[in-house]
Design a protein around this ligand. Structure first.
Ligand SMILES: [Zn+2]
Length: 197
């Protein structure tokens, strides 16, 4: 069954070892922040640093593994129709909107939406790491390191498929940051399937 995350919102759910999670951008140019925790010990959490370190690349795609802070396999990318995602920037938040967009009284972002969705699993605000930012298009100047957030390369209907390597709690959003989504807020679809094709 395909489930929909409405614009500017988040969900949390359990993904069992071997299950596959398909994340689809139904309208195109929409980011989804994904975080993952070991279901049995939620101090074990998805790690940008370890994943990029072991891949030896900034951009992860088919065949790459998303590792935990304990260097264990959490998720494996088994299919990727877009090929460009970010694993460096934190979930957008009220503070992001204050500091980067100069909004005086912003609404919550992915951070707040993940906090709300993950609270039922005993996961608190300080437990939310750098997310795997599905479809987020971040470019960096190789000389200065200057970061640019560009419109996602995802077109309507394109997807990525991740397979769970352990039992997980997953948090996922439809991102609320204007720049990340070409200034149109859209939904994200996802589907959980059995792993063995
Ligand atoms: Zn966001």
């Amino acid at each position: 069954m395909i489930q929909r995350i409405p614009p500017k919102s988040g969900v949390a759910f359990i993904l069992r070892k071997g299950q596959r999670l398909t994340v689809t951008d139904p309208e195109g140019e929409q980011v989804s922040d994904l975080v993952a925790y070991n279901l049995d010990d939620r101090k074990e959490v998805i790690s940008s640093g370890r994943s990029l370190d072991y891949a030896g690349r900034m951009f992860l795609t088919t065949g790459d593994v998303l590792y935990s802070n304990r260097s264990r396999d959490m998720l494996k990318i088994v299919k990727d129709e877009v090929g460009r995602h970010d694993f460096t920037l934190t979930p957008c938040s009220k503070d992001t909107f204050r500091k980067l967009y100069n909004e005086a009284d912003p609404q919550g972002g992915c951070q707040e939406n993940l906090e709300a969705a993950l609270s039922e699993y005993g996961i608190g605000p300080d437990d939310i790491p750098i997310a795997f930012n599905i479809f987020m298009h971040v470019a960096m100047d190789p000389e200065t390191g200057k970061i640019s957030v560009l419109p996602p390369l995802s077109k309507a209907g394109q997807s990525i498929v991740l397979e769970a390597c352990m039992d997980l709690v997953i948090g996922m959003t439809s991102c609320s940051a204007g720049e990340s989504n070409n200034f149109v807020y859209k939904p994200i679809d996802y589907q959980i399937g059995s792993g063995v094709a």
